[in-house]
Design a protein around this ligand. Structure first.
Ligand code: HSE
Length: 293
């Protein structure tokens, strides 16, 4: 049996819309075992236990890219990364299917080839890149092909995921964005996102705080997250280095190197929104990996 481990991810990180991504130490585990015939999927909601399952579709897509076929497969999913919360659940499924298929054929494709296949399935590379490679990734599309480069993350940095009860549809969140961006805003985004990567790598909190200001997507999307304004004020007052919308939401991520600050945000947040899920996370350093059991 092949077992694949894939981390949750957070895309955008404020100013890095569709380019920056971060892998988190919250993993989904996916098991793949050959069976005589057909497909058998377990471990997820009944409505996804069929041939439309994203893990399975990615598995087939990767087999096709390798010109391979198999007679049957059983997939068991142990993954509590929530859907529609901006934590990369669809990228995790896509990466899992691709890694599972590849591992069944002696890892014939390298991770960059899988990155290309997975990006094509997901439509954008910013969750797929950290899910595959770990840490902080910067990715972009060049002549139809994704490229990515990885930064380290300062080991003291921690992230508080504040996960609302209500999800956000990525499609809706994308549809709210305007078609054009001014030169002034573009300059601000470029400078801030480039500075943010280095600041996260070396743990420069002053620059993290200043750089994590977005004018490209968060002003349009915050209205979809009822808790955003209040949580932003709580995080700021507690002394977080930054708080941004994770991916297209609805999760918000606060950043600090002091766990006590994140605990304060968690306590105040729980008072304001008792049923909101909160989780303190670190970065994942290696990305997806597979083992033969
Ligand atoms: N970069 C994408 C977006 C991530 O913000 O729409 C979707 O999870």
């Amino acid at each position: 049996m092949i077992r694949v481990h894939v981390p949750a991810t957070s895309a955008n990180l404020g100013p890095g819309y569709d380019c920056l991504g971060l892998a988190l130490d919250w993993e989904g585990v996916f098991d793949f075992e050959r069976i005589e015939s057909g497909v058998s999927i377990h471990g997820c909601n009944e409505q996804y236990c069929n041939e439309d399952n994203l893990v399975y579709r990615s598995f087939l897509h990767t087999l096709a890219a390798m010109n391979e076929e198999i007679s049957g497969i059983s997939i068991t999913i142990h993954c509590d990364i929530p859907t529609q919360r901006g934590l990369g659940s669809s990228a995790a499924c896509i990466v899992a299917g691709a890694m599972g298929a590849n591992a069944l054929f002696q890892n014939r494709l390298n991770k960059y080839e899988l990155f290309s296949l997975c990006t094509r399935m997901e439509g954008h590379p910013d969750n797929v890149a950290p899910a595959l490679f770990g840490q902080l990734t910067v990715s972009f599309i060049d002549e139809g092909q994704p490229s990515m480069i990885r930064y380290g993350l300062h080991p003291q940095l921690k992230f508080l995921a504040m996960i609302p009860q209500t999800g956000v549809s990525t499609q809706e969140a994308r549809s709210l964005l305007p078609d054009h961006l001014s030169y002034a805003d573009a300059v601000s985004q470029i400078g801030r996102s480039a500075a943010l990567c280095k600041a996260l790598e070396i743990g420069n909190h002053l620059i993290i705080r200043k750089a994590c200001h977005d004018t490209m997507h968060e002003p349009y999307r915050r209205q979809l997250i009822e808790e955003y304004d209040q949580m932003y004020e709580i995080a700021k007052k507690a002394g977080a280095s930054a708080m941004f919308i994770s991916g297209s939401g609805s999760t918000m991520l606060a950043v600090s190197d002091e766990e006590s600050i994140l605990m304060d945000i968690m306590l105040a947040g729980k008072k304001a929104f008792p049923i909101m899920e909160m989780k303190i996370l670190k970065a994942d350093r290696i990305g997806a990996w597979s083992e033969v059991l």
